[in-house]
Write a protein of this length. Structure first.
Lengths: 358, 311, 256
């Protein structure tokens, strides 16, 4: 009975979302549509980072690098030869990239595949490392990718970046891809392979002793995470129209990390909720960076104040709500309708600090 | 066949003087890296984790110096000691806010908290100090050049930096190896529980470690400001990462290792640019490549010892 | 040829020799115990057999195959499973998931088939579930299958560890202090249980244990380690009367 109810509710929600997207596409102004697009793209990026950090327990900080690979690949494969000729004035784009133009989906997949390939190369030396060593090594690789992109003038146009990328990304692409990402990652996590990933997160030594190959499964998670990060990057590049290497610095990874931590490390639905919260808050709080005259009072914002709020938010979440919004649970209709659970939430005790990684 | 000749022929026209110049540059950059790397290695030794905020503490120190000298018009010999104390206190504050509440939490939480603290400091600095770089007020006594015997002209600073580093390094080693406080620090880094049983105040010792590490970062920051006389809120990020890498290369947890790693990285970076000018753009990637190589060949660093995990 | 053959295995950490020239032969169907005072190197010996540590010296042969230096997951796949002295369950996962994970070692579907939930994978998943539930039934945890594993009481966690190890379809089962923290009655039950699973799953069992009642009752042969050195080896009766063994244990008691 519950099963039937849940299926109906799910179908209704999907229809409502589709209706909303049709409405947004036709009636909402371009600024709002853009924010919605960013929400969906950040969802993809957050989901992919959560697979690696939240579900597999690998503290990877190189996500921005994979996004950059995806964004550049997709952009270069979708830009027209004329535009490429025009912007590569310092050094011409190498053959055959200068003449190729692919359809958007093919270019997106190519971006994802190249990002996955980068992860495969990076994973071999780094995934043997643990904890903060892994963090710093992946962070280093993210930086190396950025430095390479700044210096390969005839492929990436160096520090000048790419301009005039076709604005192909729309709500259907971004939300469609986000939904696809969610379905694939959920299915992975609920399979035997997903359980193996969680086992690695819980206890590497026990997992290995139960026959889970650490190398294979860590790589699997890292590569799939990078694949979707690459696709997310591709969508982002073709939404913004311009990209340059500086965009994909550690700050970008930080923003995605914030989404994952706020949503709950190990909860995909938590990531979706927090991707929307963070992206929208980022826009709403824009006033903090500017001065506004409300007529009776002048609010003096200051450049960087918004970023202060976000970094403080990350600390507050980690220090006081280490489970984030969802902990390691997923949204489900049964949970939503479980009255006893709501009772518990409203008289919730402070979260205990679990020392699992000692 | 002299060294001069070799250099000239192997590396398109580099003279011995140029080489010496690069070497001196490398040594002074290496000293700065070493000073900052010590902070990482001390915190790692005692808590087994990266203090991501260390580079930002280093940055803040340069602003303290700026305000001391420029805004309050203090003479440098008054301002700089105050800067050291304030930076030390800042380090202790960061520890109390971002680390102490999470002492028993999973490691990943502490890492995230430390990244949060790092970004908070950077962004606060942007808001309070402004995003535009400011000139560092180098006291006149530290400026100027000297001409060496063979006609080589170098900044005086190139000699001051290693000298000052040496003084602080000796003081630090004395503190750690010969004083009671140092003994407490060594005990806590071996085992928190046992140290507690022996009557050591673990929290205070950890706090002190952060304080001392931050003071050394302040020394590094002040000299960094003199050498590269522009300060900005994000100036600590890259040196911070590089110095952590220096600590890992040398063997994290070991002070001599951090110093060694600092010099290897500093001299290596300068020489890379000097000998292979085509790779100048990749200078910032050098440290990371070196890190990966070390982690693959000898994960415990050059002087580190292997610790087996208990199963 | 023995089932498992450990020859002259030495394990050093820096300058410290934890196990020196350890020799062990396990014949099919045996129950063999490894005893010795605390810090004698028993768990280290276990860790070298299961691949957690790479022995500094020596050779380990299993079913005629040299397994020295293989990774733990490779060794598990070949048929050696273990439990841990200081329980290492996947704490935040359910009891059932803990056992399911151990099934993963023999999975045939690749991850694409698993993500796409193809019929072949579905069939495998059903079989894994069935087997896991059966194992939980066997250790008496079936009705707790959806509980978080770290919410179980200590004794049940130990049994879950055994169920988890059995799910890897082992030939040899290594138990690290299975009776730790048990009262005499529980220890006796455990003795029966170990015999029972040995017969039912055709296992060969090698265990570290401090409960002498359990050890003497259940083992056909006993190895005694002290300071990393094998000081005795023989039947329970021989061990009980061995002068060196008595000294090793008495020596420890004097210090304690």
């Amino acid at each position: 009975m519950n099963k039937k109810r849940n299926a109906i509710l799910t179908i209704i929600s999907i229809l409502l979302l589709a209706l909303f997207l049709v409405y947004a596409n036709n009636f909402l102004d371009i600024y709002v549509v853009r924010i919605l697009n960013v929400c969906a793209i950040y969802t993809i990026l957050g989901l992919s980072l959560n697979l690696v950090n939240g579900f597999t327990g690998l503290f990877s900080l190189g996500h921005a690098g994979f996004m950059a690979v995806g964004a550049y690949t997709t952009a270069l494969l979708t830009m027209s030869p004329a535009v490429k000729k025009q912007i590569f004035y310092m050094a011409p784009l190498i053959k055959p990239l200068d003449a190729i133009t692919l359809p958007f989906p093919a270019a997106l997949i190519a971006g994802g595949v190249l990002a996955a390939l980068a992860a495969y190369i990076i994973g071999a030396p780094t995934l043997r490392l643990k904890g903060d060593y892994l963090a710093i090594a992946t962070l280093g690789f993210g930086e190396i990718i950025r430095v390479i992109f700044t210096n390969t003038q005839n492929i990436t146009n160096g520090a000048l970046g790419l301009k005039g990328i076709p604005a192909t990304t729309n709500l259907w692409w971004s939300f469609g891809t986000a939904a696809f990402t969610l379905v694939v990652l959920m299915s992975l996590i609920n399979s035997s392979y997903g359980r193996a990933l969680k086992a690695i997160r819980e206890d590497e030594i026990a997992a290995e002793s139960m026959g889970v190959s650490l190398f294979f499964h860590k790589n699997l998670s890292f590569i799939i995470g990078a694949f979707f990060a690459g696709i997310g990057g591709g969508l982002l590049g073709n939404l913004l129209g311009t990209i340059d290497p500086k965009q994909f610095n550690f700050l970008f990874t930080f923003n995605i990390l914030l989404i994952v931590v706020l949503g709950g490390m190990g909860s995909f639905t938590g990531t979706i909720i927090s991707a929307f919260i963070i992206t929208i808050a980022n826009e709403v709080l824009r006033f903090l960076d500017e001065s506004i005259d409300l007529g009776f009072i002048v609010f003096n914002g200051k450049l960087g104040l918004r970023a202060v709020v976000f970094s403080a938010l990350l600390m507050v979440v980690v220090l006081f709500y280490s489970q984030g919004l969802m902990g390691t649970s997923e949204f489900s209709w049964d949970r939503l309708f479980d009255k006893s659970r709501w009772g518990r939430i409203f008289q919730r005790k402070p979260l205990e600090k679990g020392g699992t990684d000692q | 066949m002299t060294l001069d000749w070799l250099l000239q022929h192997l590396f398109n026209g580099m003279t011995l003087n140029m080489f010496l110049q690069h070497l001196l540059n490398g040594i002074s950059l290496g000293s700065l890296y070493a000073l900052i790397a010590i902070g990482y290695t001390m915190v790692y030794g005692i808590l087994r984790l990266i203090n991501f905020a260390h580079g930002d503490i280093f940055m803040t120190a340069t602003y303290f110096a700026f305000f001391g000298v420029v805004t309050f018009g203090m003479p440098w010999y008054v301002a700089f000691p105050i800067v050291l104390v304030m930076t030390g206190l800042l380090g202790m504050l960061v520890e109390a806010a971002a680390y102490r509440p999470l002492r028993d939490a999973p490691k990943i939480s502490i890492l995230i908290s430390s990244i949060g603290a790092s970004f908070l400091l950077e962004n606060l600095a942007t808001v309070i100090f402004g995003g535009v770089p400011r000139p560092f007020p180098t006291p006149e006594i530290f400026t100027g050049v000297v001409t060496l015997g063979n006609g080589l002209m170098v900044q005086k600073l190139i000699f001051y930096i290693p000298a000052v580093t040496l003084v602080f390094l000796v003081a630090l080693l004395y503190l750690i190896n010969k004083t009671k406080t140092g003994m407490a620090m060594r005990a806590v880094s071996k085992d928190h529980e046992t140290a507690k049983v022996m009557g050591i105040n673990v929290n205070r010792t950890i706090s002190l470690t952060f304080g001392i590490g931050s003071m050394l970062a302040a020394v590094g920051g002040i000299m960094w400001g003199m050498k590269y006389p522009q300060i900005a809120p994000l100036m600590g990020v890259i040196p911070g990462l590089k110095c952590f890498i220096a600590a890992v290369i040398g063997g994290i947890g070991d002070i001599k290792g951090a110093v060694l790693g600092g010099f290897i990285l500093g001299i290596g970076e300068i020489m890379l640019v000097a000998f292979l000018p085509n790779l100048t753009g990749y200078r910032d990637a050098f440290a990371f490549v070196l890190l990966i190589v070390i982690l693959l060949c000898k994960p415990t660093g050059i002087v580190g010892e292997k610790i087996a995990e208990k199963v | 040829m023995s089932l498992l053959d450990v020859e002259n295995v030495t394990m050093q950490f820096g300058g410290l020799t934890a196990v020196k020239d350890f020799n062990l032969r396990l014949e099919k169907g045996e129950i063999v115990a490894l005893i010795g005072p605390n810090g004698a190197g028993k768990t280290t010996a276990f860790n070298t057999i299961t691949g957690v540590y790479k022995p500094t010296k020596g050779r380990i042969t299993f079913k005629g195959k040299n397994i020295t230096g293989l990774r733990p997951d490779q060794i598990t796949r070949l048929g050696i499973a273990r439990t841990f002295q200081n329980i290492r369950l996947f704490k935040d996962l359910s009891v059932l998931d803990n056992v399911l994970i151990a099934n993963h070692v023999h999975i045939k579907s690749n991850f694409m088939e698993a993500v796409l939930k193809l019929p072949g994978y579905r069939k495998e998943e059903r079989a894994m579930r069935q087997k896991s539930l059966m194992l939980l039934e066997k250790v008496g945890l079936a009705d707790l299958k959806d509980e978080k594993s770290n919410s179980l009481p200590y004794g049940k966690q130990r049994r879950l560890e055994i169920a988890r190890a059995l799910a890897t379809d082992p030939t040899v089962l290594l138990l690290d202090e299975p009776a730790a923290g048990m009262n005499p009655k529980e220890a006796e039950d455990l003795t029966h249980f170990i015999r029972q699973i040995r017969d039912e799953y055709n296992l060969t069992i090698f265990m570290i244990e401090h409960h002498m009642d359990v050890v003497m009752e259940i083992s056909q042969r006993i190895y005694v380690l002290d300071y990393g050195v094998t000081i005795a080896h023989g039947s329970p009766v021989e061990i009980q009367n061995n002068q060196r063994v008595i000294e090793a244990y008495l020596g420890v008691e004097e210090n304690a």
